[in-house]
Write a protein that binds this ligand. Sequence first.
Ligand code: FER
Length: 281
Amino acid sequence: MKNVWIILLLVLSISLVSAQQKHAPAGFDLYQSDISHGKIDTIFYFSSTVEAERSALVYLPPGFSPKKSYPVLYLLHGIGGDEYEWLKNGTPQIILDNLYAQGKLEPMLVVLPNGRAMKDDRASGNIMAADKIEAFATFQRDLLKDLIPYVEKNYPAKPGQINRALFGLSMGGGQALNFGLGNLDTFAWVGGFSSAPNTRMPEELIPNPQEVKDKLQLLWISCGDQDGLIQITNRTHDYLEKHQVPHVFYIEPGGHDFNVWKNDLYLVSQLLFKDSDQDHQ
Ligand code: FER
């Protein structure tokens, strides 16, 4: 009988340690041929915002069935990227396939949009040009009025705020925080990875802390400890802490690159669309 208790205690302590693990294990982003794989669609939607046809990618989970319905994660790219950036450099399809194989994810659709809402939305020429930066702000309207309605009409997406997540890296992190916190009736799961200077100042971003507390399931802000933009994540965190808004604040080893963002996706994806119990930091 004593042995049973010792074994139980051991199992409990191991699971507690692994629950606190804050870094993806080796191999999390390596393709495995012997598991089920998701599928990537390219979609074309008419944007009334840009007055042009625009493209985005949709990753469907392994075992996807049009007879089921799924919550949706919108995952945004950075200033030098487009709808292919995550796929090429972050391999979300591999990271998520591996997590699905381990039963660690709630099945979801992942939409990879182009967050530069203008006619020429390629990351060419001067990516810092004023009109291109402006297009990252314009994308809010495209996302809300054009892309989300297209996705929800053409895919078996579960409707409602509770079934929409908005995350992004750098410029996309700023977009996710600005648009997500500015539209609390549309998104319930919001976060920025290494968010860029397009992130609104905290007082503007969260004018009503109580509403964020009431409406969000998850608010995540993370950044690499060697990232020159860390001050933006820190200032957001300081404000959230001051106003006692629950959020995950995660400073991890690394710079402004996909080593950090892949790890963020690995961690965040496991929290989405599940009962949340946010860290109070
Ligand atoms: C800036 C520095 C970085 C800026 C944007 C970025 C708009 C974005 C970086 C990225 O998306 O990786 O001053 O201003």
